[in-house]
Ligand binder design. Structure first.
Ligand SMILES: C[S@@+](CC[C@H](N)C(=O)[O-])C[C@H]1O[C@@H](n2cnc3c(N)ncnc32)[C@H](O)[C@@H]1O
Length: 293
């Protein structure tokens, strides 16, 4: 089942050269594998970590049609305490910083459950914030009991290794195209991953509870990398980052601990993604949604 894009990490492997793992997914623990990667070797890092959602087990209904929604209750999203969660994020971010080239940038995405903790950890590690990008979802998860606002956003922090990092890639033309309004503001409006894009298991259920939309990764990659750049995703899930990176002529290195998800990546890569870089339709939709031109 596991094919040639997959390398299974072994304790006896002490180091990986970047060539060895280029355009591969390493089946293994993010931290253990990151520690074996060469320093200053990647151009961009995208991290979609566990959010430590701590959601209650309840039957949730959508706000428009009254169908049930499956919340995220995967074991990989569970931590014993905030301390344990912070330790996990800290260690990953510390190693990510080591493997980033001086001009590299890093994206990390989360919801209000953890984005503030992540932001603090990043600043404590010396990362320098460039932006927070607000992903406004057109089809968000429902509000539980009507006791607070429906949470329709996720936040992406975009940062460089330190304050002195200046020569990072920022493709302004795409920022203008994707970001809201004439100035290309830091608001992206797009749906969550659904429909045919969503990978299914053998029972027709979604294979991964938090698969990210291709369009989100396309925006991240188009705005902050160039063709041929190396993109690292240490908690890859179903490999959306590498899948989009390949379609856009970038290189990738992915790490994922769950064998079933890695098998999902292999299946996914069998049908290459066909996407372009132009997105003018979507930009119009964004402007319409926000009532701006
Ligand atoms: C939020 S999901 C990523 C989803 C992904 N962006 C996608 O589009 O499919 C986080 C992933 O981190 C993985 N993970 C959790 N702990 C890990 C660890 N220690 N090492 C590697 N992967 C880990 C989980 O198995 C899960 O698939």
């Amino acid at each position: 089942m596991i094919e040639k894009i997959v390398i299974e990490d072994r304790p006896r492997t002490k180091k990986y050269s970047i060539e060895k793992i280029l355009d591969k997914v390493v089946l293994g623990d993010a931290l253990e594998v990151l520690r074996k990667l060469p320093e200053s070797s990647v151009d961009m890092v995208f991290i979609d970590p566990p959010y430590f959602l701590q959601l209650p087990k309840k039957d949730l209904k959508r706000w428009t049609v009254k169908t049930s929604v499956e919340g995220v209750d995967d074991d990989w999203d569970k931590f014993a305490s905030f301390e344990e969660y912070d330790g996990f994020i800290h260690n990953i971010l510390l190693e990510a910083k080591r493997v980033m080239k001086p001009s590299a940038t890093i994206w990390i995405i989360a919801t209000y459950h953890s984005i503030f903790r992540i932001g603090k950890i990043m600043q404590d590690l010396g990362y320098w914030m460039l932006n927070d990008v607000h992903w406004v979802k057109t089809n968000p998860m429902p509000n539980w009991l009507g006791v607070r606002f429906t949470n329709a956003t996720e936040t992406l922090i975009w940062a460089v290794k330190n304050k002195d990092a200046k020569k990072y890639t920022f493709n302004r033309e795409f920022a203008r195209e994707f970001g809201s309004g004439k100035v290309g503001a830091n608001v992206w409006v797009l749906p969550i991953c659904n429909g045919r894009e969503r990978l299914k298991d053998e029972n027709g259920k979604k294979l991964h509870s938090t698969q990210k939309p291709v369009e989100l990764l396309r925006r991240v990659i188009m705005t902050s990398t160039r063709e041929g750049d190396i993109i690292l995703d240490p908690v890859a899930g179903l490999g959306t980052t590498g899948y989009v990176a390949r379609a856009l002529g970038r290189k990738f290195v992915m790490i994922e601990i769950n064998r079933r998800y890695v098998e999902g990546i292999v299946e996914r890569f069998e049908k290459p993604l066909k996407i372009g870089s132009s997105d003018s339709n979507n930009s119009k939709k964004v402007a319409e949604y926000l009532g701006i031109d």
